[in-house]
Design a protein around this ligand. Structure first.
Ligand SMILES: Cc1ncc(COP(=O)(O)O)c(C=O)c1O
Length: 397
């Protein structure tokens, strides 16, 4: 262990845990005793949730199933849903969220990570093939590894490469194509229409991870698949409540057979305690606010476009970003770490992202604005980022 930790330190890849808490002012946090502009979170819509007596009272009255009209809001579920039975709030959320997504059914998991691991490892097995975009999230890769299926990675968003791989594959094998809808470290969008065409042509299943697009894309935040009019042509819609919705939990949505199958086969649903009812109520609140307050989606995307264009103008490489995740690609891990440290000293929280989270030589600062950031704060942040970029030789003077 010590040798490996030493190696990570030598190569600028060592990670440590930090603490942060909300500060006064929209989009600010306190970290290491300092007030900082928060450009580091996935809290895209800036949804606030305060738990007070009024909220608890409403939750107690919210029915579902055979529950008493006045209920206790439990913090724990005490067992898997298959063992003790789920709180009625979970089933109610699943029915309503499926209607919102435009699918027949939905299944809630404890987290997005658990959803991905459970779904992928349930859908494919030893004799099957998973086709995964090279920049897909680690939870998809872990699901594929756990499934024991062959994992075939295609170049990021390269549909010619994917097609060549599909053509080469044994036609008798079950095939699952998986993609992030918005790539979490790049802010690029998956070519969903082309993926649908390929999956139909080659008889594959298609799974789309809407972790970073849920709440943001679509008229009511349904996700990128809905925004592209492709909901019915995608087999598995996966997403999280942990990012734009500012809560926690994951889901799989699709037809009733899929959900029935996952209830029987997804080990990260079967062999773990169900999400706490209290959290399920909070998810519903956050989701309702996100639907109702469309200005947050519009403002987020507008603000991000402005941020990206100012950074590009300053000479930064923002890669293939085209939405609310804006990377500043630095290259070397040590320089990226130095960049992150200097930003922190100047009152900006932004995460340096290094391999293995991103490919070797593409370490970056990942910037994520929020719908609630003030324009002046972001303008000042760009000036600081620019000054540090020059100081560290990431951009020219
Ligand atoms: C694309 C993607 N999928 C899944 C997850 C896992 O979601 P969660 O944080 O809810 O476990 C994440 C982020 O953590 C992600 O970026």
């Amino acid at each position: 262990m010590i040798d490996e930790l030493d190696r990570l330190k030598r190569e600028g890849l060592h990670r440590t845990l930090t603490e942060s808490s909300p500060a006064d002012g929209e989009g600010w946090i306190v970290r290491d005793g300092r007030r900082m502009l928060n450009l580091a979170s996935n809290h895209y819509l800036g949804l606030d949730h305060r738990l007070d007596e009024t909220v608890l009272d409403r939750w107690r009255k919210e029915g579902g199933g055979d529950a008493e009209p006045e209920r206790t809001i439990r913090t724990g579920s005490t067992a898997s849903r298959l063992v003790v039975g789920g709180d009625p709030a979970v089933g109610r959320l699943e029915r309503d969220f499926a209607a919102f997504k435009g699918t027949e059914a939905c299944l809630v998991f404890g987290s997005g990570y658990m959803a991905n691991v459970g779904i992928v490892s349930a859908l494919v097995g030893r004799n099957d093939i998973v086709f995964s975009d090279r920049l897909n999230h680690a939870s998809i890769v872990d699901g594929a590894v756990l499934s024991r299926a062959e994992l075939v990675r295609y170049r990021h968003r390269d549909m010619d490469h994917l097609e060549a791989l599909l053509r080469k594959a044994d036609p008798s094998k079950r095939k699952l194509i998986v993609t992030d809808a918005v790539f979490s470290m790049d802010g690029s969008l998956a070519p969903l229409a082309a993926l649908v065409e390929l999956k139909e042509r080659y008889g594959a299943m298609l799974m789309v991870d809407e972790a970073h697009s849920g709440g943001v894309f679509g008229d009511r935040g349904e996700g990128l698949a809905r925004a592209c009019g492709l909901t019915d042509r995608i087999d598995v819609h996966m997403g999280t409540f942990s990012k734009a919705y500012g809560c926690c939990g994951g889901y799989a949505a699709g037809d009733a057979v899929l959900v029935d199958y996952l209830v029987n086969k997804a080990r990260s649903l079967i062999y773990t305690t169900a999400p706490p009812p209290m959290v399920v109520h909070a998810i519903r609140d956050q989701w309702s606010t996100a639907v109702a307050e469309g200005w947050r989606r519009e403002r987020l995307l507008r603000t991000a476009a402005q941020l990206r264009s100012e950074l590009r103008e300053a000479g930064f490489d923002t890669g293939e970003s085209e939405c609310h995740i804006v990377p500043v690609i630095v290259g070397a891990s040590d320089k990226t770490l130095a960049f992150g440290r200097r930003l922190q000293e100047e009152g900006i929280a932004a995460v340096p992202i290094r391999p293995p989270t991103v490919p070797e030589g593409t370490a970056r600062i990942r910037l994520t604005p929020m719908a609630t950031h003030r324009e002046d704060d972001l303008r000042e942040a760009v000036a600081v980022i620019r000054r540090i970029g020059v100081e560290l030789g990431v951009i020219g003077a």
